[in-house]
Ligand binder design. Sequence first.
Ligand code: MN
Length: 337
Amino acid sequence: MPAVTVEDTTALPRVPLPAPRTVRRRTRSVTTAPSGFEGEGFPVRRAFAGVDLRALDPFIHMDQMGEVEYAPGEPKGTSWHPHRGFETVTYIIDGTFEHADSHGGGGTISNGDTQWMTAGGGVLHIERPPEQLVVSGGLFHGLQLWVNLPRARKWVEPRYQDLRANASVLLASPDAGALLRVIAGDVAGHTGPGSTYTPMAMVHATVSPGATLDLPWRPDFNALVYVLSGAGSVGIDGAPVRTGQLAVLGPGDTVTVHGAVHQESRTPALDVVILGGRPIGEPIAMYGPFVMNTPEEVRDAFADFSAGRLGSVPALRVGAAVPHAGVRGQTGPADER
Ligand code: MN
Protein backbone atom coordinates (compact mmCIF):
# COMPACT_ATOMS: atom_id res chain seq x y z
CA MET A 1 0.00 0.00 0.00
CA PRO A 2 2.11 2.96 -1.14
CA ALA A 3 -0.21 5.99 -0.77
CA VAL A 4 2.29 8.24 1.03
CA THR A 5 4.73 6.34 3.16
CA VAL A 6 7.71 7.53 5.17
CA GLU A 7 10.89 5.75 6.16
CA ASP A 8 10.92 7.01 9.71
CA THR A 9 7.69 8.02 11.44
CA THR A 10 9.68 9.25 14.46
CA ALA A 11 10.77 12.26 12.38
CA LEU A 12 7.17 13.44 11.97
CA PRO A 13 5.25 15.87 14.16
CA ARG A 14 3.30 13.95 16.80
CA VAL A 15 -0.29 14.33 17.77
CA PRO A 16 -0.50 15.05 21.52
CA LEU A 17 -1.40 12.49 24.15
CA PRO A 18 -5.09 12.69 25.04
CA ALA A 19 -5.96 15.13 27.81
CA PRO A 20 -6.42 13.49 31.22
CA ARG A 21 -10.22 13.64 31.14
CA THR A 22 -10.63 12.88 27.46
CA VAL A 23 -13.73 10.90 26.50
CA ARG A 24 -12.72 8.03 24.25
CA ARG A 25 -15.56 7.22 21.91
CA ARG A 26 -17.37 3.88 22.15
CA THR A 27 -18.31 1.75 19.18
CA ARG A 28 -21.96 1.98 18.17
CA SER A 29 -21.94 -0.45 15.27
CA VAL A 30 -19.64 -2.50 13.08
CA THR A 31 -20.89 -3.41 9.62
CA THR A 32 -19.32 -5.39 6.79
CA ALA A 33 -19.25 -3.82 3.35
CA PRO A 34 -20.79 -6.00 0.65
CA SER A 35 -18.80 -6.39 -2.55
CA GLY A 36 -20.09 -5.45 -5.97
CA PHE A 37 -19.13 -3.93 -9.28
CA GLU A 38 -19.29 -0.29 -10.34
CA GLY A 39 -19.37 1.48 -13.67
CA GLU A 40 -18.21 -0.75 -16.49
CA GLY A 41 -17.19 -3.38 -13.98
CA PHE A 42 -14.55 -2.55 -11.43
CA PRO A 43 -14.80 -4.28 -8.06
CA VAL A 44 -15.93 -2.19 -5.08
CA ARG A 45 -16.87 -2.57 -1.44
CA ARG A 46 -19.88 -0.47 -0.41
CA ALA A 47 -18.44 0.84 2.84
CA PHE A 48 -21.61 2.42 4.25
CA ALA A 49 -24.15 -0.25 3.26
CA GLY A 50 -26.66 -0.97 6.01
CA VAL A 51 -25.80 2.11 8.06
CA ASP A 52 -28.47 4.75 8.79
CA LEU A 53 -27.82 8.01 6.92
CA ARG A 54 -28.27 9.93 10.18
CA ALA A 55 -25.23 8.16 11.61
CA LEU A 56 -23.22 8.96 8.47
CA ASP A 57 -24.28 12.63 8.08
CA PRO A 58 -22.61 14.63 6.44
CA PHE A 59 -21.32 11.63 4.49
CA ILE A 60 -23.55 9.81 2.03
CA HIS A 61 -21.71 6.98 0.39
CA MET A 62 -18.25 5.44 0.14
CA ASP A 63 -16.80 2.80 -2.15
CA GLN A 64 -13.48 1.09 -1.64
CA MET A 65 -12.31 0.45 -5.22
CA GLY A 66 -10.17 -2.67 -5.41
CA GLU A 67 -7.70 -3.60 -4.20
CA VAL A 68 -7.42 -5.45 -7.50
CA GLU A 69 -4.58 -6.67 -9.69
CA TYR A 70 -5.78 -6.13 -13.25
CA ALA A 71 -4.70 -8.32 -16.13
CA PRO A 72 -3.78 -6.51 -19.37
CA GLY A 73 -6.91 -5.14 -21.04
CA GLU A 74 -8.98 -5.56 -17.91
CA PRO A 75 -9.01 -2.17 -16.09
CA LYS A 76 -12.43 -0.55 -16.08
CA GLY A 77 -13.84 2.90 -15.52
CA THR A 78 -17.15 4.70 -15.86
CA SER A 79 -18.80 6.38 -18.81
CA TRP A 80 -19.96 10.01 -18.63
CA HIS A 81 -22.51 10.47 -15.85
CA PRO A 82 -24.06 13.41 -13.98
CA HIS A 83 -23.87 14.59 -10.36
CA ARG A 84 -25.72 17.28 -8.42
CA GLY A 85 -25.95 18.34 -4.80
CA PHE A 86 -22.78 16.92 -3.20
CA GLU A 87 -19.02 16.41 -3.51
CA THR A 88 -17.09 13.35 -4.68
CA VAL A 89 -13.71 12.74 -3.08
CA THR A 90 -11.52 10.19 -4.86
CA TYR A 91 -8.38 9.04 -3.07
CA ILE A 92 -6.03 6.77 -4.97
CA ILE A 93 -3.79 4.54 -2.87
CA ASP A 94 -2.25 2.34 -5.59
CA GLY A 95 -2.42 2.81 -9.33
CA THR A 96 -3.64 5.64 -11.52
CA PHE A 97 -7.02 7.10 -12.41
CA GLU A 98 -8.05 9.83 -14.81
CA HIS A 99 -10.93 12.23 -14.39
CA ALA A 100 -12.63 14.81 -16.53
CA ASP A 101 -15.73 16.88 -15.94
CA SER A 102 -17.90 19.17 -18.01
CA HIS A 103 -16.82 22.18 -15.96
CA GLY A 104 -13.20 21.91 -17.11
CA GLY A 105 -11.88 20.03 -14.07
CA GLY A 106 -9.87 16.89 -14.40
CA GLY A 107 -6.48 15.28 -14.41
CA THR A 108 -4.57 12.18 -13.51
CA ILE A 109 -4.30 11.04 -9.91
CA SER A 110 -2.14 8.24 -8.54
CA ASN A 111 -0.50 6.85 -5.39
CA GLY A 112 -1.75 9.10 -2.60
CA ASP A 113 -3.36 11.86 -4.70
CA THR A 114 -6.92 13.04 -4.12
CA GLN A 115 -9.42 14.53 -6.52
CA TRP A 116 -12.06 16.62 -4.78
CA MET A 117 -14.94 17.45 -7.08
CA THR A 118 -17.76 19.67 -5.94
CA ALA A 119 -20.68 18.87 -8.22
CA GLY A 120 -22.79 21.70 -6.77
CA GLY A 121 -25.58 22.63 -9.16
CA GLY A 122 -24.56 20.00 -11.68
CA VAL A 123 -21.71 18.51 -13.63
CA LEU A 124 -20.97 15.62 -15.98
CA HIS A 125 -18.11 13.40 -14.94
CA ILE A 126 -16.01 10.50 -16.22
CA GLU A 127 -13.49 8.40 -14.28
CA ARG A 128 -11.21 5.86 -15.96
CA PRO A 129 -7.83 4.21 -15.79
CA PRO A 130 -5.37 5.71 -18.28
CA GLU A 131 -4.83 3.95 -21.57
CA GLN A 132 -1.40 2.63 -20.62
CA LEU A 133 -2.82 0.98 -17.49
CA VAL A 134 -5.55 -0.64 -19.58
CA VAL A 135 -2.83 -2.05 -21.84
CA SER A 136 -0.44 -3.13 -19.11
CA GLY A 137 -2.82 -4.08 -16.31
CA GLY A 138 -1.57 -3.62 -12.76
CA LEU A 139 -2.48 -2.87 -9.19
CA PHE A 140 -5.40 -0.56 -8.46
CA HIS A 141 -6.75 0.52 -5.07
CA GLY A 142 -8.58 3.63 -3.94
CA LEU A 143 -11.75 4.98 -2.49
CA GLN A 144 -14.48 7.41 -3.37
CA LEU A 145 -16.36 9.26 -0.67
CA TRP A 146 -19.52 11.32 -1.19
CA VAL A 147 -19.85 14.38 1.05
CA ASN A 148 -23.26 16.02 1.20
CA LEU A 149 -23.78 19.73 0.66
CA PRO A 150 -26.20 21.66 2.85
CA ARG A 151 -29.32 23.03 1.15
CA ALA A 152 -27.78 26.49 0.98
CA ARG A 153 -24.76 25.14 -0.95
CA LYS A 154 -26.31 22.61 -3.30
CA TRP A 155 -26.30 25.09 -6.15
CA VAL A 156 -22.72 26.33 -5.84
CA GLU A 157 -20.58 26.50 -8.95
CA PRO A 158 -18.81 23.19 -9.62
CA ARG A 159 -15.23 23.12 -8.32
CA TYR A 160 -12.26 20.82 -8.79
CA GLN A 161 -9.43 20.46 -6.27
CA ASP A 162 -6.38 18.50 -7.32
CA LEU A 163 -4.72 17.48 -4.05
CA ARG A 164 -1.29 15.99 -4.62
CA ALA A 165 0.01 13.24 -2.36
CA ASN A 166 2.83 15.45 -1.10
CA ALA A 167 0.27 18.01 0.10
CA SER A 168 -1.15 15.56 2.64
CA VAL A 169 -0.14 16.55 6.15
CA LEU A 170 1.86 13.73 7.75
CA LEU A 171 1.74 13.14 11.48
CA ALA A 172 2.65 10.37 13.89
CA SER A 173 0.99 9.10 17.03
CA PRO A 174 2.77 9.94 20.32
CA ASP A 175 4.83 6.70 20.21
CA ALA A 176 5.21 6.89 16.39
CA GLY A 177 3.38 3.57 16.03
CA ALA A 178 0.85 5.10 13.65
CA LEU A 179 1.33 7.21 10.53
CA LEU A 180 -1.42 9.72 9.78
CA ARG A 181 -2.10 11.40 6.46
CA VAL A 182 -4.47 14.33 6.93
CA ILE A 183 -6.27 14.87 3.63
CA ALA A 184 -8.87 17.36 4.83
CA GLY A 185 -9.83 19.08 8.03
CA ASP A 186 -8.03 20.00 11.22
CA VAL A 187 -6.57 17.20 13.32
CA ALA A 188 -4.81 18.20 16.55
CA GLY A 189 -4.06 21.61 15.07
CA HIS A 190 -2.74 20.31 11.74
CA THR A 191 -4.86 21.16 8.70
CA GLY A 192 -5.02 19.01 5.58
CA PRO A 193 -5.17 20.45 2.06
CA GLY A 194 -8.79 19.67 1.13
CA SER A 195 -11.19 22.61 1.28
CA THR A 196 -14.69 21.59 2.23
CA TYR A 197 -18.10 23.27 2.30
CA THR A 198 -19.14 21.16 5.26
CA PRO A 199 -16.79 21.11 8.27
CA MET A 200 -15.18 17.67 8.23
CA ALA A 201 -11.94 15.74 8.53
CA MET A 202 -10.50 12.84 6.54
CA VAL A 203 -7.43 10.91 7.67
CA HIS A 204 -5.73 7.80 6.28
CA ALA A 205 -3.92 6.07 9.15
CA THR A 206 -1.52 3.14 9.11
CA VAL A 207 -1.37 1.56 12.55
CA SER A 208 1.52 -0.83 13.24
CA PRO A 209 0.80 -4.23 14.76
CA GLY A 210 0.32 -3.81 18.51
CA ALA A 211 0.21 0.00 18.34
CA THR A 212 -2.67 2.14 19.61
CA LEU A 213 -3.74 5.45 18.12
CA ASP A 214 -5.70 7.86 20.34
CA LEU A 215 -6.61 10.61 17.94
CA PRO A 216 -8.07 13.91 19.17
CA TRP A 217 -11.38 14.35 17.35
CA ARG A 218 -13.73 17.31 17.45
CA PRO A 219 -16.67 16.48 19.72
CA ASP A 220 -19.13 18.17 17.32
CA PHE A 221 -18.05 15.76 14.54
CA ASN A 222 -19.31 12.25 14.08
CA ALA A 223 -16.63 9.55 13.80
CA LEU A 224 -16.41 6.69 11.31
CA VAL A 225 -13.51 4.25 11.00
CA TYR A 226 -13.35 2.17 7.82
CA VAL A 227 -10.78 -0.63 7.51
CA LEU A 228 -9.01 -0.61 4.15
CA SER A 229 -6.89 -3.60 5.13
CA GLY A 230 -5.66 -5.48 8.15
CA ALA A 231 -7.15 -6.28 11.51
CA GLY A 232 -7.49 -4.56 14.86
CA SER A 233 -10.02 -2.97 17.15
CA VAL A 234 -11.68 0.41 17.60
CA GLY A 235 -13.25 2.45 20.36
CA ILE A 236 -12.61 2.34 24.09
CA ASP A 237 -14.61 -0.89 24.07
CA GLY A 238 -12.11 -2.50 21.66
CA ALA A 239 -14.60 -3.75 19.07
CA PRO A 240 -12.78 -6.06 16.64
CA VAL A 241 -12.61 -4.90 13.00
CA ARG A 242 -11.04 -6.25 9.84
CA THR A 243 -10.73 -5.46 6.13
CA GLY A 244 -13.94 -4.04 4.66
CA GLN A 245 -15.64 -3.20 7.95
CA LEU A 246 -16.99 0.16 9.09
CA ALA A 247 -17.20 1.19 12.73
CA VAL A 248 -19.53 4.02 13.72
CA LEU A 249 -18.39 5.55 17.00
CA GLY A 250 -20.49 7.40 19.56
CA PRO A 251 -19.86 10.79 21.15
CA GLY A 252 -16.57 11.83 22.71
CA ASP A 253 -13.39 13.66 21.84
CA THR A 254 -10.91 10.89 21.02
CA VAL A 255 -10.98 8.16 18.35
CA THR A 256 -9.13 5.01 19.42
CA VAL A 257 -7.74 2.54 16.87
CA HIS A 258 -5.58 -0.44 17.83
CA GLY A 259 -3.61 -2.60 15.39
CA ALA A 260 -3.81 -6.33 16.05
CA VAL A 261 -0.45 -7.89 16.93
CA HIS A 262 -0.94 -10.61 14.33
CA GLN A 263 -1.63 -9.40 10.80
CA GLU A 264 -1.82 -11.36 7.58
CA SER A 265 1.47 -11.21 5.70
CA ARG A 266 -0.13 -9.50 2.69
CA THR A 267 -1.44 -6.71 4.94
CA PRO A 268 1.36 -6.10 7.43
CA ALA A 269 -0.40 -3.23 9.24
CA LEU A 270 -3.91 -1.95 9.94
CA ASP A 271 -4.90 0.71 7.40
CA VAL A 272 -8.01 2.74 8.17
CA VAL A 273 -9.76 5.83 6.91
CA ILE A 274 -11.08 7.97 9.74
CA LEU A 275 -13.91 10.34 8.81
CA GLY A 276 -15.88 12.87 10.75
CA GLY A 277 -17.96 15.93 10.09
CA ARG A 278 -20.57 18.19 11.54
CA PRO A 279 -23.95 16.65 10.72
CA ILE A 280 -26.00 18.77 8.31
CA GLY A 281 -29.28 17.57 9.79
CA GLU A 282 -31.44 18.20 6.72
CA PRO A 283 -33.76 15.81 4.90
CA ILE A 284 -32.01 13.75 2.21
CA ALA A 285 -33.60 12.67 -1.06
CA MET A 286 -31.08 10.73 -3.12
CA TYR A 287 -31.34 8.64 -6.20
CA GLY A 288 -28.38 7.48 -8.22
CA PRO A 289 -26.04 10.38 -8.89
CA PHE A 290 -28.20 13.09 -7.28
CA VAL A 291 -28.35 13.99 -3.59
CA MET A 292 -31.00 16.60 -2.85
CA ASN A 293 -33.40 17.54 -0.06
CA THR A 294 -36.73 16.58 -1.64
CA PRO A 295 -37.98 14.02 -4.21
CA GLU A 296 -39.12 16.92 -6.42
CA GLU A 297 -35.55 18.20 -6.56
CA VAL A 298 -34.32 14.74 -7.60
CA ARG A 299 -36.94 14.63 -10.38
CA ASP A 300 -35.84 18.10 -11.48
CA ALA A 301 -32.24 16.87 -11.58
CA PHE A 302 -33.16 13.98 -13.90
CA ALA A 303 -35.16 16.36 -16.09
CA ASP A 304 -32.29 18.83 -16.23
CA PHE A 305 -29.85 16.05 -17.08
CA SER A 306 -32.14 14.77 -19.85
CA ALA A 307 -32.41 18.28 -21.25
CA GLY A 308 -28.63 18.71 -21.25
CA ARG A 309 -28.67 21.37 -18.54
CA LEU A 310 -26.01 19.67 -16.39
CA GLY A 311 -23.34 20.50 -18.93
CA SER A 312 -22.06 18.97 -22.10
CA VAL A 313 -19.30 16.48 -22.70
CA PRO A 314 -16.16 18.43 -23.57
CA ALA A 315 -14.64 17.98 -27.02
CA LEU A 316 -11.72 15.59 -26.87
CA ARG A 317 -8.30 16.99 -27.62
CA VAL A 318 -5.54 15.07 -29.29
CA GLY A 319 -3.82 13.18 -26.50
CA ALA A 320 -6.66 13.99 -24.15
CA ALA A 321 -6.77 12.22 -20.83
CA VAL A 322 -9.99 10.40 -21.59
CA PRO A 323 -9.98 8.20 -24.68
CA HIS A 324 -13.07 6.71 -26.27
CA ALA A 325 -15.49 8.72 -24.14
CA GLY A 326 -19.06 7.93 -25.00
CA VAL A 327 -21.94 10.20 -24.10
CA ARG A 328 -24.12 8.47 -21.60
CA GLY A 329 -27.78 8.23 -22.47
CA GLN A 330 -30.81 8.70 -20.26
CA THR A 331 -30.75 5.21 -18.89
CA GLY A 332 -30.89 6.18 -15.27
CA PRO A 333 -28.67 6.08 -12.28
CA ALA A 334 -27.07 2.64 -12.39
CA ASP A 335 -23.76 4.21 -13.31
CA GLU A 336 -23.75 6.37 -10.26
CA ARG A 337 -20.14 6.93 -9.37
MN1 MN B 1 -18.57 10.61 -10.78
